[in-house]
Design a protein around this ligand. Structure first.
Ligand SMILES: [Ca+2]
Ligand SMILES: [Ca+2]
Length: 771
């Protein structure tokens, strides 16, 4: 696991600076879908399941002016409404706000699920409900027709790092006097049965027969380890007073028996009717903590991977092996020399062959590592543990090729308690005290142990916009980058397309969907879909995919030099021998860059100075061509009234440039990024062009997850270092939950550097605006 936000702050405060318009088509017309059905039908077709119609999301929908059947079906959720609502009708003649380009010539990862962990704390809380209330909770979470349709679950092999009922346990606990058990005679999963883990899985299977399960161990049994201890043991690294390492290592002579231990677990679960279709090699190898954890070297990981696959084959198990199961940063970080660089396990061809997928956790590092690993090794990547409930994060991770998204430890009680988890590096920690004092409030499910009722967070509903509709038959296809406040991810199952669109703005957005160069909808290009403000909406429709013929060709674009915060345009030009309709798009766009899908006109209003390489594509739906344009942005001050992204700083002090992820990827932040890991004495400067001297309103967009307001956290200074204003940061309730604070500042005229100075740390900064 997972640093909780409190843990993140603790690390930060100890100054460990890592992180941790398309043309009207004359050609192919999309076919109309027959009925207004959601996933129920696709799942039944895909998985041979009988079923009923899903009533609550088969109404409404975008209809043609002719009054014909809807061409697109689906639903939307704003979260707060706590419902999956029929798609709104699009007003006739509505203005198109943006175009989503779908490129079926570019297939990416298969969808394999969204769900949560069957950890003992969560299970224990669910079993404090009455049977009827528990069933209601599970149904709301996993039923694809009447609930969110969660379908991917993480089981724990022995106890994980977080449980309600002590002690932590493995499945091979030895009686006094017995020191080893290479025959695994004492193997038993009885504790999982006694603690209702198996019962909970059965309940999930009842309400979602398509649910799938994978499993992770946090440690081998104590006797297989060099220090004969199941929980973690830490020591200071030689020569360091702050950095620790995990003392407990896997014994080299226990690699094979650990592989057989995994086999026995999978076989035991099968006896209960539970198919564990994948295991991870080990949760977070080498984590320097005192909860259950174990170190395995790169060489041991290689040998264990091969041993596991050998034992699986011997026992005719088709179970997959996910390697890594740790942070982005621990896999690889080109900007850091201290990462574990576990990607090195693939230097061994046998390990590369044994691994079916690479599993990631998000607590440290850059999520783009998933995309890079997917491209480099050609293997699926999965988010196997995360506490991030933000549906925007799910969408962005799926765009980075994650095949699944599994939440961690999502049910606590009304106080946020009932868990034993600590980041304290104390080998003799008082676990009873940890259990009394550790609180993880505001998880997805809150169980009130007094009233025996539950409540869920609003995020459940937008998360259902993915899980209710997608199946493992759906493969992601490439699609255009977020634009006009609307992001998207698109999947294809044969001729059926599923698009999830997220509108992060305060206004309704009307969106044209273009497949290749062809507008989607009856009548050809006249149809648009409408996404309400702050909604996640799912659209399904059927369309013919263009056949492969002649690829479009993009003309190269010479390098450009432009001014920061000034608007410049150029045009992409492509030809196609078949005269196909073409669409222009980019999969990633930096702030201030946009491309018109039909004309290929690129508009630059760069927020960041320096050299940028911009990559654009053109597609006819059957193939694509790509061009990269080098743009040099000359630094200029931001005019008054223009939003200045925190990450677009001119200079900074206090953070390690390139050595730490202080510029954090954050799907909820403006421009997709924020500045984090603030500490007293750090500063960021910004270039601002003040046309007229005067008093302006300074807006700072900040987040603070410490649980307390930070008084006088920031001073705003001019180029001479004079304090123009001091700003306090409120408790915003989370590190990704932003609020604006306003303060008046008096500025001289001219293009000048202004500084955001951290008087203290304890906040994230998204952007600032002077107006
Ligand atoms: Ca063509
Ligand atoms: Ca930002």
């Amino acid at each position: 696991m997972k640093r909780s936000m409190t843990a993140v702050l603790a690390v930060a405060s100890t100054a460990m600076m890592f992180l941790a318009a398309a043309p009207t088509p004359a050609g192919a017309q999309p076919r109309l879908t027959g009925e207004a059905e959601p996933r129920a039908t696709s799942r039944e077709q895909a998985r041979g399941n009988s079923g009923e119609q899903a009533g609550e999301n088969s109404g409404g929908q975008a209809r043609g002016n002719s009054g014909a059947k809807p061409w697109v079906t689906g639903s939307y959720s704003t979260g707060a409404a706590n419902a999956w609502v029929p798609l709104p009708k699009t007003a006739p003649g509505a203005k198109v706000d943006t175009t989503v380009v779908v490129d079926p010539s570019q297939e990416r990862q298969q969808y394999s699920g969204i769900g949560f962990s069957i950890d003992e704390t969560s299970v224990s809380n669910l079993w404090k409900l009455t049977p009827a209330e528990r069933e209601k909770a599970v149904k709301l979470l996993v039923d694809p027709r009447h609930g969110a349709g969660f379908d991917r679950f993480r089981l724990t092999i022995g106890s994980p790092d977080l449980i309600e009922h002590l002690p932590f346990w493995s499945y091979d606990e030895l009686p006094p006097g017995v020191t080893e058990d290479f025959e695994l005679k004492y193997f038993s999963i009885q504790r999982d049965i006694d603690l209702h883990m198996v019962d909970t899985i059965k309940l999930i299977q009842k309400h979602n027969p398509q649910a799938t399960f994978f499993a992770s161990a946090w440690s081998a049994p104590a006797w297989m380890k060099t220090n004969n201890r199941f929980t973690g043991e830490v020591a200071l690294k030689p020569g360091s007073t702050t950095e620790h390492y995990q003392v407990g290592k896997l014994r080299d002579d226990c690699i094979d028996v650990l592989a057989r231990y995994y086999v026995k677990y999978i076989q035991s679960m099968r006896q209960h009717g539970i198919n564990v279709d994948a295991i991870t090699l080990l949760n977070e190898p080498g984590m320097d903590v005192v909860y259950p954890a174990m170190d395995i070297s790169v060489e041991q990981q290689q040998k264990l991977s091969v041993a596991i696959k050998r034992e699986f084959a011997k026992n005719r198990l088709k179970t997959q092996l996910y390697v890594h199961d740790f942070n982005f940063w621990d896999w690889r970080d080109p900007n850091s020399t201290t990462t574990k660089n576990y990607y090195r396990i693939f230097n061994d061809p046998a390990t590369r062959k044994a691994a079916d997928a690479i599993a990631f956790h998000p607590y440290w590092g850059d999520p783009a590592v998933m995309r890079d690993a997917y491209q480099q090794f050609g293997k699926p990547v999965h988010m196997t543990e995360t506490s991030d409930l933000n549906p925007a994060t799910v969408l962005s991770y799926f765009r980075l090729n994650a095949g699944s998204y599994t939440l961690w430890a999502q049910a606590t009680d009304q106080t946020g308690g009932t868990l034993h988890w600590t980041d304290k590096r104390d080998n003799n920690v008082d676990w009873e005290e940890v259990g009394r004092t550790t609180k993880w409030p505001d998880r997805l499910v809150k169980v009130n142990t007094e009233t025996k009722t539950f409540s869920v967070r609003d995020e459940l509903y937008p998360l259902g916009q993915f899980a209710r509709y997608l199946t493992p038959h759906d493969v992601r296809v490439e699609s255009s980058a977020p634009a006009a406040g609307v992001s998207n991810v698109v999947y294809r199952d044969g001729s059926k397309f599923t698009a999830i669109l997220a509108n992060s703005t305060d206004q309704t957005r009307n969106i044209r969907i273009v497949l290749g160069g062809n507008a989607q909808g009856p009548g050809g290009g006249t149809q648009i879909v409408t996404v309400p403000a702050h909604a996640f909406a799912t659209y399904q429709w059927k369309a013919d995919v263009p056949r492969r013929d002649h690829a479009p060709v993009l003309r190269s674009v010479p390098p450009l030099t432009v001014d920061q915060y000034a608007t410049t345009q150029f045009r992409l030009q492509a030809t196609d021998r078949d005269r196909d309709h073409l669409a222009y798009y980019a999969t990633e766009l930096s702030t201030g860059v946009s491309v018109d899908a039909s004309t290929g006109v690129v508009t630059l209003n760069p927020a960041t100075a320096g050299v940028q390489r911009l990559t654009f594509h053109v597609t006819d739906g059957a193939s694509r061509d790509t061009v990269t344009v080098e743009v040099t942005v000359r630094p200029k001050g931001a005019p008054i009234g223009v939003r200045v992204e925190a990450e677009s700083y001119a200079e900074q002090h206090g953070w390690t440039e390139g050595g730490a992820n202080f510029v954090e990827s954050n799907a909820g932040a403006s421009g997709g990024r924020n500045i984090g890991w603030t500490a007293a004495g750090n500063w960021l400067s910004y270039r601002v062009d003040v046309a007229r001297a005067g008093t302006y309103d300074l807006e700072l967009r900040v987040a603070n997850g410490t649980g307390a307001a930070v008084t006088d956290a920031i001073s705003f200074r001019d180029a001479a270092g004079t304090k123009l204003a001091t700003v306090s940061v409120p408790d915003t309730g989370g590190w990704a939950t932003y609020q604006s604070v306003h303060v008046p500042v008096t500025l001289a005229a001219g293009d000048q550097l202004l500084t955001v100075y951290c008087e203290t740390g304890g906040f994230n900064l998204d952007y600032l605006t002077l107006s």
